[in-house]
Design a protein around this ligand. Structure first.
Ligand SMILES: [Zn+2]
Length: 468
């Protein structure tokens, strides 16, 4: 079945057909983090959504090139570098590393390319030069270079592709230099920002004098550098639709005269405990805050993947506890299958679970349908296990099917390292005793673990600790 996606460009669900004539390669770009602080759970919803899109495309056999920029120069960053009297690289490096570590803790596949804006100033300058040469960008009296929306529209191009803009009501014709834009105004936006004293040591040379790139232009320059002038998918949070993504289209198509992106996908907002996340309400969470409360990245991922990407999602701590219960149900079933399958090799075509799961995701990533397929499968498998009607070969087939489904969900196996160090030490001592064929001691250690609330499950991949 063909994949259907809601394309913001056409405001409709469309069949996904990649630009690649062979129908194999897919270019995917997702706007990355501005590395001035730890990413919050609302940001993570977007990145987990992008990871789901990528994984599903890979499941379907596409060779995806996933690109995510790192915005490492921007107004807020420069302000903090100044306040903390540090260097740009030192300041942004720590948050970039934290971001990538969090991304992995959430089970996201790392993008193939994570270009930094500061390392692509030459490409950005070249793109601005093209826009100036085509007459849609100009240097203003303040020394900065702006994109002219009027000139762009005058060439027959449409500004306002992702959402309908009312040019009469909006204050068209103004200019904006700040990286934080007003949502209600259509304004010429800065491509190149002339150096000001507050920038300190953060500036580069350019044909228009010293300065630094604007935020929008970096995405156009870096996405097109890696994926070409036209590519398949551009993802981001819905708050980026306007002006950021609209400006990306204008800059890119204004420079190349070619369609920039075929499918635009936008993830909806996230509420926390029913309210807009804010530090003053105490409902502002980074991933680290949640890990500090004893939740795992796996549980956070599971909860973030529980709602359709185009629906506003209410993230709650109760929801996280629910995700923990759901994962425990899956883990228990999968562990039993693993035990029964032993070393039996799996053979055969896609299982019913995979077929139902993939069909649901093909419907514009209907994740609820996909989870329903998983939990129906867990229920039926548990029933068959209880009735002892499964053969080891059937268990191996079921397990292989689950693993292919999990390659998309990305929740992975239950982490074995959750046990405290002294429990792991007891397990290791028991393994050593077994190896030495000292079964009396090995049994005694097993009993001690049990007395402390842990059972050992022997699996083909080695022993696994499970909390009683
Ligand atoms: Zn972007």
């Amino acid at each position: 079945m063909a994949l259907q996606l809601f394309n913001t460009l056409s405001r409709s669900v469309q069949e996904f057909v990649p630009l690649d004539a062979a129908g194999k390669k897919v270019g995917l770009y997702c706007c990355g983090p501005t590395v001035y602080d730890f990413a919050h759970i609302g940001n993570w919803r977007t990145f987990v959504f992008a990871d789901l899109v990528r994984r599903h495309l890979e499941f379907k056999g596409y060779a995806v090139t996933h690109v995510m920029n790192i915005t490492d120069v921007e107004d807020k960053i420069i302000k903090r570098v100044r306040e903390q009297q540090t260097t740009l690289r030192e300041f942004t490096g720590q948050y970039e590393a934290a971001f990538l570590a969090d991304m992995q803790a959430l089970g996201c596949r790392l993008p193939h390319h994570t270009p930094r804006a500061t390392e692509h100033v030459a490409e950005i300058v070249a793109l601005i030069e093209k826009l100036v040469a085509r007459g849609v960008a100009y240097q203003a009296a303040d020394g900065s270079v702006y994109f002219s929306i009027e000139k762009y529209r005058g060439c027959g191009c449409t500004y306002g592709r992702l959402l309908k803009l009312n040019f009469d009501e909006m204050r068209a014709g103004e200019r904006v230099k700040s990286d934080e834009y007003e949502k209600e105004s259509i304004a010429d936006f800065a491509l190149w920002k002339a150096r000001v004293p507050e920038d300190g040591a953060v500036f580069w040379p350019s044909p228009w004098g010293e300065g630094r790139p604007g935020w929008h232009i970096e995405c156009s320059a870096m996405s097109m550098k890696v994926l070409g002038e036209s590519f398949d998918l551009h993802l981001g949070g819905e708050d980026l639709k306007f002006p950021h993504h609209e400006d990306e289209i204008a800059q890119s198509e204004g420079a190349t005269g070619r369609p920039f992106v075929k499918y635009w996908l936008h993830g909806a907002h996230l509420l926390v405990e029913g309210k807009k996340m804010s530090k003053s309400l105490g409902n502002f969470f980074t991933l680290r805050d949640l890990l500090g409360k004893g939740f795992t990245g796996r549980e956070v991922r599971c909860l973030l993947l529980s709602a359709h990407y185009r629906e506003t999602f209410n993230f709650t701590l109760d929801g996280l506890t629910g995700a923990r219960t759901s994962l425990a149900r899956i883990d228990e079933c999968v562990n039993k299958l693993r035990e029964l399958a032993g070393g039996t090799a799996a053979a055969g075509a896609a299982t019913e679970l995979e077929t139902r799961f993939a069909a649901a995701l093909d419907e514009d990533l209907n994740i609820s349908g996909a989870w329903a397929a998983v939990f129906d499968w867990v229920r039926e498998t548990n029933k068959a296990l209880a009735e002892q009607t499964l053969t080891p070969a059937a268990a191996a087939v079921a397990l292989a099917g689950w693993e292919r489904v999990d390659a998309v969900l990305g929740v992975g196996p239950a982490p074995a390292a959750e046990a405290p160090a002294e429990i792991v030490a007891l397990l290791e001592a028991r393994q050593a005793a077994r190896k030495a064929k000292d079964f009396k001691r090995s049994d005694a250690l097993r009993d001690e673990l049990k007395a402390r609330g842990w059972v050992i499950e022997d699996t083909p991949k080695g022993p696994r600790l499970k909390k009683l």
